[in-house]
Design a protein around this ligand. Structure first.
Ligand SMILES: [Zn+2]
Length: 101
């Protein structure tokens, strides 16, 4: 039996990933100091996801206090990891052109 055939696993939300995506959207809009091609953005997102605490949840219901604190801590981790990811991808882009800019 495959779990995904019997249960709707899409109901499990990856809260950390959602936060990383929202943060990345903001940085793409607000900043101009990194390459925004698909390769670089996906590399930055993957790096960030590998360096922050995973946090999954199964429902949308309200932010209880401990949950809110946990989310806040993850947001701080994301801020740090995403900057590190941008730095690394800048130093080792997967394409030639970026270094010349
Ligand atoms: Zn790029």
């Amino acid at each position: 039996m495959r779990l995904e055939d019997s249960y709707d696993l899409s109901k499990i939300r990856n809260i950390t990933a959602e936060k990383v995506y929202r943060k990345m959207e903001k940085l793409i809009e607000e900043r101009d100091d990194f390459c925004k091609c698909e390769n670089c953005v996906l590399d930055i997102v993957a790096y960030t996801l590998n360096h922050v605490t995973p946090y999954y949840a199964t429902s949308l219901i309200g932010s209880l206090d401990p949950k809110r604190r946990k989310e806040r801590r993850i947001e701080v981790e994301i801020d740090i990891a995403i900057e590190e990811g941008i730095k690394r991808v800048k130093n080792h882009p997967h394409h030639e052109e970026y270094g010349k800019k």
